[in-house]
Each structure stands twice: as C-alpha cells, then as structure tokens.
Design a protein around this ligand. Structure first.
Ligand code: GAL
Length: 690
C-alpha cells in the first residue's frame, strides 16, 4: 500500500526549490552575496547546493584552509531560511594538487597522464586522492555538521565512467576479476572466449582492458568502473557518516547516460538525485522529449522502491549543450518543473543560481542573469515555480506503486554497445526502444516503474523488456516464474541471445528457457535501412482485437511459433506471411513476443488493450488527448493528480469526478482545458484511484 515517505530532512518539510550556488566565484564582491539573499526570497528558493567546485577556495594551498567565506554564506542562508545542500569538492581538483601529485590525474591508454584542468577526471584508485578527499570532507563535516542550514551532503559531482589505465586501476581491476572468477583463470578465459585471435590470458597480469575485440572483457571493465566509483564514493563519505550520521548523503546521477550502473549505485546513497537536461524545442517533438524525461524520473523513483527523489539540476532557460541551443519557451519551465514533481521528485533545483562572469558556463541558464536583478523572464518564471511549489507541502513524501515495470538494464546496454553493434550497427537504439515501450503507458496515464534485471518482479502485473539481448544470471528463471504465476510479459526481438559474459547462448533464441515461456524460436534478425518498407498486419479475429497494418523499422526477426499464437504477420520482404507478433499462455500468465520493431501507432493500441484486459489502474479513467499525460501521487489518503499538456495547442481533459485545485482551492469538474504547455494540479481525498 502507498504511504508517506519522510522528507529528505526533518529540518525542511517543503518541496525543495533552488539550485547550484557558487558564492566562491564572487568573493571579491561580497555585496553580491546580500543581493543573492534578497533574490532567493523573491524567487521562493529554500535550498541551494554550495561548494561543488570550491576546493581551491577552501584550500588554496596545501594544508591552508580558508573557511571564512563559507562560514559567512551558511550563516546568511540560515538567517534567510534557505537550507544548504553542502557539497564535497572532489569533482574539481585544485591545480596545485594536480601539479604536485600527478598520480591523481587519470592515465590515458598511451601511458600519458592527462593534463591538469578539466573536471570529473581524477583517478578513482589513487590512495592519495582518496586521502585528500577524506581530509577536506572531514574538515567540512567537523565545521558545518551541526550548522542549522545543513540538510544534505552532495558528494562530489556527476561521477562518470572515464577510463584510467594507471597501475593502481589495473591492479584493482585484476583483483576484481580474481574475485569474480574465483581465482580461476580458466573460467575467465572461457568467459572471454579468449582463444579468439589468440588472446588467451596466461596470467592475471596480462589482462589489460584496452582491446575491444573481447566483449566479455569490456563488459567486466564497465562493471569494474561502476564498482570502483561506488568504492570511491563510499571512501569519500567515511568522515561524513562518522561525524554527521543524521545528515543524509547523495550524489547527482546521470542516468540518462550508460556510463555507470546507476541502479547498483543507488544502493549506496540515502536518497537518489539526478540532473535532468531534456532537449526541449530541439528535436521538433516535445512530446517524445517529455516521455523520455518522464521515463528517467520514474527510474529514479523506482531505484529506492518508490521513495521520492531529488531533481538536483535542471535548467531555468538555456543549456550549454545541444547543437542549436534553445531557450525554454514561455510556460515550458513551469511544465517541466511540475513534470518532475508529478513523477516523484520532492524538489526542483537548478544549475545554476547566478551566471558567472567567465568560464564555460557564463551564458548557461541561471535564475539570476548578468543584469543582476529580478526583471527577467527567466527570473519571473522561476519565481512563479517557487510560488507554486510553496503551495504543495502536502505532496512531500507521497508516491505511487505502479503495477507495470519496464526493464532498462545497464549491463544489457553496455553489452549491446560493446557486443551487439557488430550485428545491429546503428540500429541498436536501445534507449529509443525502451522509450517506445514506455510512452504508451505515459500517454494512457498508467504509472510505470523503470527497473533493471536484478529487481523483484513479484509486485508487478505487467513487465515489458525491450531488446533484452543479455540475460543476467538468474533473470530468465525470475521472468519464467513471474509469467507462470500469472504475470504478463512483453519482449522484443534480439532478446535472450547472450549470458552475463556476452557469450552467445546455444540451442536457439531466446535462451535460458525463455523459448518455452514465449513459445517462439527466433531464427534470424534482419537489419533495414530507413527507406525500406516492412508492414505488419494484424491477423483477423486475434484475441487482442487489434486491427490494421503498421510499419516496422530498423530490425525484424524471423520467428517460428512453438506453441504461441500468431497475432500479426509480416506483409513484406522475404519473410512475408510469417509471424511478427505472438502471444503465448504460459502457466497462469501470458507472454507476448514482438519480433518486429514497431512504433507508437502499433504500441499504443497494443498496450492499451493489455492495460484494459488487466484492468490496470489509470490516473483518470478517460482516454487522454495526444501529447498530454496524467500522473498521480498519493499517500493512500490524498491523491494529487497532475495533468500536463506538452502540445503547443490547448487540450481538453475530461474528469470523472470533482477535484480541488491544489493551488487555488477552487472545485474543478467536467472537461478542463489545459493551455499550450499547460499544467493543472488537482487533489481529492479518498483511497488511491481505481
Ligand atoms: C551538469 C553539471 C553542472 C553543470 C551543468 C551544465 O552536468 O553537474 O556542474 O556543468 O551540467 O549544464
């Protein structure tokens, strides 16, 4: 049953609003700090992240600390009712340190150390860098651990999977392999299929992850880097955990990238946080951008079993990435901020509070522009969000327990990139495929958890697992039990091909017993160019009552039913007339196989039919107009309904019962109009929606 999660800090029971604050860039003009405090009040900001890249201001020379500026800032924040999310500074190494101790810089494959400079580029194995981080973190925890402003530790910044080939990293990698393969080199050689091109490893010392021809090796290198990052993170947090056990610890994830196994990382943080930079107005399809962003929000909520997450960074207007950089159009800031809340965030935080005068990010969107006052569109839109969030205290800690799960797995993603690109080339498109299987639920108002293959499936009724090329140990058995016990599973072509080592499974795909579950054997997969046509026609009288012909793209497999019923067949190509979509009763459940890559025009009616057949809960009963969505957060007593319109034109949503507008208190019934980029937040008391 849903319940209310505790707020991230007992010191602050509001939705957090604010962002990355760099007062260390303004120490020459401390009057700016006072302007910041005035403007934070006006913008409705109640939390800022301080000190993320401030190491050279905190310790300008080795062992010489300068905390005066941070003392002043934290006191000002406390006096103004703004909470501090205090960062540890390891994301940016001070220049003096990078020069004095080259070992903290990453080593490239050619054996050269990187130059000083850049950021997020320290060696994770260097004992010296770990020690330096612990020293500065201890100082911060000792000095500010009891400061009234402090609510949360922001450890480092955006850890990544960049390579370092120094001796320390390679030794740690080999230790990791020894553990993984139980000290058995034969096991490792088999897992890597190392007879290929005569790559057999005669001893542990000869294993170096610079050769991409052994897919199992590269997969282990990615696993190792995640392990090492988590290890580094844990080392950084030792003084924090020891001195401030009551202050929660987090770091900002980039789960929009395949870099690290963020699902594994989530276990090490107290609350999940992520940085969201969607490409609004850049792709010509804001609705797809919205669905993709929603998926990532849902993923963060799912990582801790439904616990609300923190949107740690987002941009109030213009990012610095993107080929053509677009400012958010009027309304989009409010809509995208509320979107995060709708999917389970308890915050809207930005990069950045104030634009710096120099450096790479001097034009990056910020609450406060170089103009320095509140008379900008950007500031007004942020202040509007601040006022809105201030009325939503009741949302804090509410969540949702979806009955649908989408499996997007990082090990599978790495394996597709390393091991399957030799087959699918540019057609892999794993993230797009996941989004295609997520968007129909989003467009229907059915809540979704986004999980990985290690997650528990028992609490779901429908599980969709697009392009599940790699099967992690134990996953196929879990999926089999899920379906046997009454669950519904949907899998797409090119699934169940390899094991955890990226070794191809023998005996026909999908392997590990999934052929019996889905009742099909997949013989071959063909790649298509965009101009090639493959139609998929629904079979008359199919049990899902699907009709029509739909285009398939990129990849299509030839499959042979082995017990499954054909629901749709190919119309074109050398496999015309053979099955493209099948359904199979297995135990108490159902298993659907989509042998063709199909788009929204098929997937929407397909999933809507499954949702209806399973009577899965929807945020509201009505069918939603295209480009809109409805999301629900609840504590089991009060439901908050978020209606959002990502279209540039108004849309009408019919309500089945009266609600109260959560912002104005007025009663809302019947058909309500959402303006262009419009959003409404409604509430009602009672049990969570049926
Ligand atoms: C984030 C990073 C911030 C800032 C921002 C700009 O990835 O954490 O420090 O660089 O990007 O969009």
């Amino acid at each position: 049953m849903p319940h209310r999660w505790p707020p991230v800090s007992s010191k602050c029971s509001h939705l957090l609003h604010g962002g990355d604050y760099n007062p260390d860039q303004w120490t020459r003009t401390p009057e700016v700090w006072d302007q910041d405090m005035r403007l934070m009040k006006l913008a409705g900001c109640n939390a800022v992240s301080v000190g993320i890249f401030a190491w050279s201001s905190l310790e300008p020379r080795e062992g010489q600390y300068e905390f005066g500026w941070l003392d002043a800032i934290l006191d000002k924040l406390a006096a103004n009712g703004v909470s501090a999310i205090l960062a540890t500074p390891s994301g940016g190494k001070p220049t003096w340190m990078a020069r004095a101790y080259p070992e903290i810089r990453r080593m490239q494959a050619d054996g050269q150390r990187q130059q000083p400079g850049g950021r997020h580029n320290h060696c994770r194995s260097s004992p010296l860098y770990r020690q330096k981080c612990q020293q500065i973190n201890r100082k911060l925890a000792e000095r500010y651990g009891r400061h009234p402003a402090l609510i949360l530790w922001h450890v480092s910044n955006e850890y990544n999977n960049g390579d370092c080939f120094c001796d320390g990293c390679l030794a740690a990698f080999r230790d990791f392999l020894r553990q993984r393969y139980h000290n058995d080199l034969d096991q490792l050689n088999h897992a890597y299929w190392s007879a290929f091109w005569s790559h057999h490893f005669p001893d542990w010392e000869s294993i170096t992850p610079v050769d991409r021809s052994l897919h199992g090796l590269m997969l282990d290198w990615e696993r190792f880097k995640t392990r090492q990052v988590i290890d580094f993170f844990k080392a950084e947090t030792v003084p924090l955990r020891e001195l401030t056990p009551d202050i929660p610890v987090t770091t900002n994830f980039m789960n929009n990238h395949a870099m690290l196994d963020w699902w594994a990382f989530a276990k090490a943080v107290d609350v999940v946080a992520w940085d969201s930079y969607p490409a609004w107005h850049e792709t010509g399809d804001d609705v797809a951008v919205a669905a993709g962003t929603a998926l990532l929000h849902d993923q963060c909520r799912s990582m801790k079993g439904g616990r609300p997450f923190i949107l740690m960074e987002s941009v109030p207007s213009i990012p610095t990435r993107g080929r053509i950089k677009k400012r958010k159009e009027p309304g989009m800031h409010r809509l995208s901020s509320v979107q995060a809340i709708a999917h389970g965030s308890d915050s809207v935080l930005y990069f950045q509070w104030r634009k710096g005068r120099g450096g790479l990010e001097k034009f990056h969107g910020a609450v406060v522009d170089h103009a320095g006052h509140e008379q900008t569109r950007e500031f007004r839109e942020v202040a509007e969000v601040g006022a809105l969030l201030a009325r939503l205290d009741g949302v804090v800690g509410t969540s949702i327990q979806p009955q649908v799960a989408l499996i997007q797995d990082w090990e599978n993603e790495w394996a597709l990139r390393e091991g399957a690109s030799v087959y699918l080339g540019e057609n892999i498109k794993y993230r797009q495929e996941c989004q295609a299987h997520y968007q129909p639920f989003w467009a229907t108002g059915v809540a979704v958890d986004v999980i990985d293959q290690t997650a528990d499936l028992a609490k779901y009724r429908l599980v969709t697992l697009p392009l599940s090329y790699l099967l992690r140990n134990g996953f196929a058995e879990k999926l089999r039990a899920f379906v046997a016990q009454g669950g519904t599973a949907v899998m797409t072509c090119f699934s169940g091909l390899v094991d955890e080592s990226d070794l191809c499974l023998l005996g026909g795909a999908p392997g590990h017993g999934l052929r019996e579950v889905f009742g099909v054997w997949e013989e071959e997969t063909q790649n298509f160019f965009p101009h090639e046509k493959v139609g998929v026609a629904c079979v008359n009288g199919n049990p899902l009552k699907l009709t029509g012909t739909y285009p398939a793209v990129d990849i299509c497999s030839v499959i042979h039913p082995q017990g499954a019923q054909t629901l749709a067949v190919y119309k074109d190509q050398y496999f015309a007339g053979t099955p493209a979509v099948t359904g199979h009763a297995f135990g108490q459940g159902k298993a659907y196989y989509l042998a063709a890559r199909l788009g929204m025009d098929f997937l929407l009616p397909f999933y809507r039919r499954l949702c209806a057949d399973l009577a899965l809960p929807k945020a509201i009963p009505a069918d939603l107009p295209a480009g809109t969505t409805a999301q629900l957060r609840t504590d089991g007593h009060t439901d908050f309904l978020f209606l959002s319109n990502f279209n540039k034109t108004p849309a009408v949503v019919p309500l089945d019962r009266p609600y109260t507008d959560a912002l104005t208190g007025e009663t809302v019934t019947g058909r309500i109009t959402l303006e262009r980029y419009g959003v409404r937040i409604l509430k009602r008391n009672g049990p969570a929606s049926e």
